[in-house]
Design a binder for this molecule. Structure first.
Ligand SMILES: [Mg+2]
Length: 303
């Protein structure tokens, strides 16, 4: 996979585009635009550029106008923009910075300076992106955390409610996890949670399906856009995937290895069944799965 950061160079003069792209091509994926219209189209593409080097003086739409338009569109409003300009009056620099440009470079270019400034901003942008990603990932298991689940379930709930399609979610609990920790130690417990999380993730097929760590030895499954009987099958596949790890568990009354219990609900979301209500119902099913002897799936379908 290509992990290079992306830079968009916007300049009406071919010579400037060439110079800048030769300078940056060894380090970044470089895209070129020769006017404001092209710049906005390329900036709105997916994935967006990390940084835009934007000429100020261009025929038609000038750099300031391009920046204004980028800022007014939610797809492009957070892209870092660095002005490239031949003008050196302080007023112009202030104007660009006021509009939200992160920096200025002046023509004629000094290669080392341009490279260093771009590198500094790219490094900052990369770090910020990592922090944003980290905030949604569970530190122990590397799968989505509760925060990511909370956002995803709200989005999927609204979508399903709007379209009248089913939504399924399930609570997952590792059976006899406290005795496991007590017997094999917390290090082994952590390693078991990592393996369980991995096995559950791998048992899911579609990108819209999500397994997240809810807290402790509790996980949660979010299964949008599948019929209830399919959701139950997925839950069953997840349960079997964990059992198939065969992690020895001599203190379990459910099996001689680590198992999970799953309680789920499938319904078409309505105002009577907000996310909190769905979680409560899933929790009730989880309780029933535990009561019935654990290492099983219990499900409520309200359709
Ligand atoms: Mg120009």
């Amino acid at each position: 996979m290509n992990n290079k950061q992306r830079v968009l160079i916007v300049d009406d003069e071919k010579f400037n585009r060439q110079m800048l792209s030769e300078l940056l091509l060894p380090y970044y994926d470089v895209f070129l635009a020769k006017d404001g219209e092209q710049a906005i189209a390329l900036a709105s593409a997916e994935p967006p550029p990390d940084l835009i080097l934007l000429d100020v003086v261009m025929p038609g739409m000038d750099g300031y106008e391009v920046l204004r338009r980028l800022r007014s569109d939610e797809r492009t409003c957070n892209i870092a923009v660095m002005f490239v300009t031949g003008m050196s009056e302080e007023d112009d620099e202030t104007k660009g910075l006021d509009l939200g440009a992160v920096d200025y470079v002046f023509k004629p270019f000094r290669s080392a300076v341009v490279r260093a400034r771009v590198r500094n901003h790219m490094s900052y942008i990369w770090q910020r992106k990592q922090l944003e990603l980290d905030a949604f990932i569970d530190g122990l298991t590397g799968i989505p955390n509760r925060r990511q689940f909370d956002q995803a379930v709200e989005t999927e709930w609204r979508r399903a409610n709007r379209h009248g399609t089913p939504l399924s979610l399930a609570m997952v609990d590792v059976d006899f996890f406290k005795p496991y920790n007590d017997t094999y130690g917390h290090g082994a417990g952590d390693e078991a949670l990592r393996q369980i999380a991995k096995a559950m993730s791998q048992a899911l097929n579609r990108s819209s399906e999500l397994v997240a760590r809810y807290g402790g030895e509790e996980f949660v499954l979010l299964l949008p856009e599948v019929e209830p009987d399919e959701a139950v099958k997925i839950a069953e596949r997840v349960r079997l995937a964990v059992a198939a790890l065969g992690l020895l568990h001599e203190e379990s009354n459910a099996a001689p290895f680590v198992t999970i219990s799953v309680g789920g609900v499938s319904l078409i979301p309505s105002l009577k069944t907000p996310v909190a209500e769905m979680l409560t119902r899933a929790d009730k099913q989880l309780y029933l799965a535990k009561q019935a002897g654990r290492n099983r799936v219990s499900w409520e379908t309200v359709i």
